[in-house]
Design a protein around this ligand. Structure first.
Ligand SMILES: Cc1cc2nc3c(=O)[nH]c(=O)nc-3n(C[C@H](O)[C@H](O)[C@H](O)COP(=O)(O)O)c2cc1C
Length: 202
């Protein structure tokens, strides 16, 4: 069994999503002794944004550009790690109502027609079967269903939609929100999320 652990916060040791994703990994290590963990710090070591040069190389054009070549190797490794993993743990802070750009850049490398999804006569079909995902969500404000800002939530909903598009529908969100609403609110939100992680039993 393999777990793919992604982090994308720029806040390093002060990051809430990193704290939660690390706890999720620890929980899965406890539940599945011997599980292999592959980690990617997408903030510290991102891929480049897609460019025309990438698309040309994807379509078979030879490239002499060492930067593009190294970047393509990393993007291919993302895809291999994803296919080899049974469980995904995605550290996902909310940045400007959505996800951090290095996490989007990861998605741009693994959401590939013919590999992770395909178009059929009845609509798109996800090709990633039998995988589970856990989203470690952190955000400064409150966007949960029923809150005044719920309509601005494009972070968890985007990730859940994207994962479903790729065939991953078994998704658990562990959320700490209201992180910027004072130390007490932050403490309570993190404690609640940690309790949710401790309660994961399979
Ligand atoms: C660049 C940036 C953009 C942010 N945008 C939002 C936002 O749109 N809404 C919000 O509620 N919080 C926003 N925040 C606050 C973060 O969501 C909050 O600090 C959260 O804890 C980040 O996760 P992290 O602690 O893992 O880095 C933003 C923070 C940063 C650094």
């Amino acid at each position: 069994m393999q777990l793919l652990h992604l982090d994308s916060s720029v806040l390093g040791g002060a990051s809430v999503s990193r704290q939660l994703s690390a706890e999720l990994v620890a929980r899965h290590r406890a539940l599945h002794p011997g599980i292999q963990v592959v980690s990617r710090d997408l903030a510290a070591d991102p891929v480049l944004h897609l460019s025309g040069a990438h698309l040309a190389a994807f379509n078979g054009a030879a490239t002499e550009d060492a930067t593009i070549t190294a970047d393509l190797v990393k993007g291919n490794a993302y895809m291999d790690e994803l296919f080899a993993s049974d469980i995904l743990v995605i550290g996902a802070p909310m940045y400007n109502l959505s996800i951090p750009t290095p996490l989007k850049a990861w998605i741009d490398r693994i959401a590939v027609a013919g590999k992770t999804f395909r178009y059929t006569a009845t609509g798109p079909e996800g090709l990633l079967k039998g995988k589970r995902a856990f989203i470690a969500s952190a955000r400064g404000g409150v966007y949960s269903a029923g809150s005044p800002a719920a309509g601005l939530e494009h972070q968890e909903s985007y990730l859940i939609g994207l994962l479903a598009f790729l065939g991953i529908t078994d998704v658990t969100v562990v959320r700490a929100e209201g992180i910027a609403m004072g130390p007490e609110a932050k403490k309570a939100a993190v404690a609640e999320a940690l309790a949710d992680i401790a309660a994961i039993s399979a």
